[in-house]
Design a protein. Structure first.
Length: 75
């Protein structure tokens, strides 16, 4: 199963919502935050890769997710 496989690889994830208040004071969801735990080697490899490519971590990860979900036609 996917979830078992993810935990075996040392990945743990949770999601939080970020809310903002509009001018009338009511809350509106602006974006979501995903937090993951990864093993030390993978973290180091990601940091090296994004430094070489001059990418922000968020841009790199969001790009990977969009490519996986939508292919080359990112929505």
């Amino acid at each position: 199963k996917l979830s078992e496989n993810i935990f075996e690889k040392g990945v743990d994830m949770c999601s939080n919502a970020v809310y903002t208040a509009n001018s009338k004071g009511s809350e509106k969801m602006a974006e979501k935050t995903i937090t993951i735990r990864i093993d030390e080697k993978l973290h180091r490899d990601i940091k090296i890769h994004i430094a070489k490519e001059q990418l922000a971590l968020k841009d790199y990860i969001v790009g990977l997710i969009q490519k996986d979900l939508y292919g080359n036609s990112q929505k």
